[in-house]
Write a new protein. Sequence first.
Length: 161
Amino acid sequence: MPRIVPTMPAARPKHRIARFVMPVASAAVICGAVALPAAAAIDHPPTSAVAVRSDVDPNPHRQPGGGAYGTDTCKPGYVWRERWEGDTYCVPPSARDWERARNPHRQPGGGAYGPSTCMPGYVWREQWEGDVKCVTPEERDRVRGQGRIIDNGPSTSGVPG
């Protein structure tokens, strides 16, 4: 009489890679969801007082083929933004006025230092390279060397836990 030996079902292969990938992918998604909004919230100032040109972000309001100001000539109805010395990004006049209102102590019409010239009694803040916001000398001395201040929330160092 033949003997029938029960056989075990075929063993499922172990998915070690899948066990590793899921936690790593989840962590990456969570970190991205936290880091991207924080990075987007930071307003990066220009790295210098010179305008930076880029082919990635063309200015659609420039006069095709240039004009009286060369390639920086704006189409009719647009003006240079003048956020910093050399900023020739073309915007509507209301946008330039809004930029000027952000720095109310600028010399109207500019001066010896271009559109970033401060009114008498005011100086550039110089909190970072290219910072040309006009403030009192006392305010500049107070913030000089502090760099960009980013609030990362309450500090947990030294908290018993």
